[in-house]
Design a protein around this ligand. Structure first.
Ligand code: GLC
Length: 547
């Protein structure tokens, strides 16, 4: 049986407010906020780049307390972003180009302005009351010690009118749905069918590990009290609910996908959300995202991910370094050289990569002056608008978008970088092309290679590497690079079934004993030539090994 599309796909996250404008917010010309028509108008960039599938962050009607993750209607489009017809056009254009599209499903909570919550809040007797999680008590003592995300405040708000507390793992404007109520399950399944029937290729599922709750709502243990409950909630009830979602999507033709956001900072816990191949098809795994630029730490993360997810039956890893919730990895790692080298982790490791719009431009986070802060979670910097051109409006038709531009937009914009063959944008494109041409990189086996302290190196082979079919563990340590580089005859550049990736995370040059031809190099040097055996600081290479 051939592998489903999402195992070899490269995903690309779009934050619709910040991607591009087609003028939906104003009716014409420019707009300070992006929209669905703006995405459609820039699909050429994504096809040229070479990604396979888009995940679009929420575009539902929303009061925007959490910029769309507070949903007031799960089956419509906020006028800021367009309408359902604009969604249908976008989806059609994606499919014409062979791009898949994932909708962001937000099952854990609604907006407090959603008609369900307005009804629930109207009276204790309302039929929708039990669609949310209410507890008795007194206004001074929340029902348990759970802490909400973003600010260290209780995950409970007292509703004076009806004299009970309601639960919200995020903002008080985002009350948690009660998935223990079968009516909620049915309603959210209806939402999933709504988008699948329109042709969506699946869902990125927001905080999916949060939807089940221990019915006793026990206190979080004292040693973790203070950590938002949304990063701790891990109960058996959720797995049953995810199996229900999986049955629903698997009944549709075309390998529709569940890509879950399991925000538990343990790969061991994340792995359980794949179930026995009957829960999530893919899950985000965030511990690598929070790993510093140190080879020793990365080797550990890679080994853990491979052991716990890569080798788990029915599971397949994902890799992500940036998204709308975290400082961009270019900013975290501190240099373009490192951002370039990190691309080899994303696109070279075994699993499905998820890129975040703008990382292909090497964008840094924007500097947000205090009077421009809008996000309650302090995440504005990574959500800055994408610069498309060098002109003062950067392709938006307005010179001041909803957030300040990221640094250096006169250079770091799509138009300028596309004209510069040495840019990071072209590096992304070359690596994506190299990946698309290599079954080893897309679906092949994986072996971590022993390497000098500051270096992370691995081999990908297709079909999956048989036991013992590895590069000798000591091979990469054997000092003399000149000798190690061998006769310089290079590898068989036409053989796509064997690849080695080497990343030097150190601040000094590193020598590794690999022989072959450099296919892609993070600084662009030496491509097409025999590998010299030496890597510059923060340099990475993709090599066709000499057998
Ligand atoms: C997820 C989203 C984040 C949002 C939160 C609440 O973590 O990625 O942006 O604030 O869920 O919906």
């Amino acid at each position: 049986m051939s592998a489903p599309w999402w195992q070899s796909a490269v995903f690309y996250q779009i934050y619709p407010r910040s991607f591009a404008t087609g003028g939906a917010g104003t009716g014409a010309g420019g707009s300070p906020t992006g929209d669905l028509a703006g995405i459609e108008a820039h699909l050429d960039h994504l096809s040229w780049l070479g990604v396979d599938a888009l995940w679009i962050s929420p575009f539902y009607p929303s009061p925007q307390a959490d910029f769309g993750y507070d949903v007031a209607d799960f089956c419509d489009v906020d006028p800021t972003y367009g309408d359902l017809a604009a969604f249908d056009r976008l989806l059609g254009s994606c499919h014409e180009r062979g791009l898949r599209l994932l909708v962001d499903l937000v099952p854990n909570h609604t907006s407090d302005q959603h008609p369900w919550f307005r009804a629930a809040r109207s009276s204790r007797d309302d039929p929708k009351r039990d669609w949310y999680i209410w507890r008795d008590g007194t206004p001074d003592t929340p029902p348990n010690n759970w802490v909400a995300a973003f600010h260290p405040v209780p995950a409970w708000t007292w509703d004076d009118a009806t004299g009970q507390w309601y639960l919200h793992q995020f903002l008080r404007e985002q009350p948690d749905l009660n998935w223990a109520n079968p009516e909620v399950v049915e309603a959210m399944h209806g939402v999933m069918r709504f988008w699948l029937d329109r042709g969506a290729d699946g869902f990125r599922i927001d905080v999916v590990h949060g939807i089940g709750k221990d019915p006793e709502l026990p206190d979080d243990p004292p040693e973790v009290a203070g950590i938002p409950h949304s990063a701790l909630n891990d109960v058996p009830q959720t797995h049953e609910l995810i199996r229900g979602m999986r049955t629903l999507v698997d009944a549709y033709p075309g390998d529709r996908l569940l890509l879950g956001e399991v925000y538990l900072l343990s790969t061991e816990q994340v792995a359980t959300y794949y179930g026995d191949g009957d829960e999530l098809h893919l899950s985000f795994n965030f511990p690598p995202l929070y790993t510093r630029w140190r080879a020793k730490r990365w080797r550990q993360q890679i080994a853990d991910t491979h052991r716990l997810i890569g080798e788990r039956p029915g599971a397949w890893p994902t890799w992500v370094l940036s998204n709308h919730d975290n400082a961009r990895h270019r900013s975290r790692y501190g240099s373009e050289e490192r951002a370039r080298a990190a691309t080899f982790l994303l696109l070279g490791l075994q699993g499905s990569p998820v890129l975040y719009a703008g990382e292909e431009l090497g964008l840094d986070d924007a500097v947000i002056p205090p009077d421009r802060v809008v996000d309650p979670g302090g995440r504005d910097g990574c959500r800055a608008p994408i610069p498309w051109t060098a002109a003062p409006d950067h392709g938006w038709g307005v010179t001041d978008a909803w957030l300040p531009w990221p640094p250096d937009p006169e250079y770091r914009n799509v138009e300028t970088l596309a004209d510069d063959g040495a840019s990071i944008l072209h590096l992304y494109r070359r690596l994506l092309a190299a990946r698309a041409a290599s079954p080893a990189l897309q679906l092949g086996g994986f072996v971590l290679l022993d390497a000098p302290d500051d270096v992370v190196a691995w081999r990908r082979t297709a079909p999956p590497a048989a036991a013992g079919d590895t590069v000798g563990a000591d091979a990469l340590r054997s000092g003399d690079a000149d000798e190690a580089a061998g006769d310089g005859s290079g590898g068989d550049a036409d053989d796509p079934s064997d690849r080695i990736v080497v990343v030097n995370m150190g601040s000094a040059p590193a020598s590794v004993a690999v022989r072959g031809t450099v296919l892609v190099s993070s600084d662009g040097t030496g491509e097409g030539a025999p590998f010299t055996g030496t890597l510059a600081p923060d340099q990475a290479v993709l090599i066709v090994p000499t057998r």
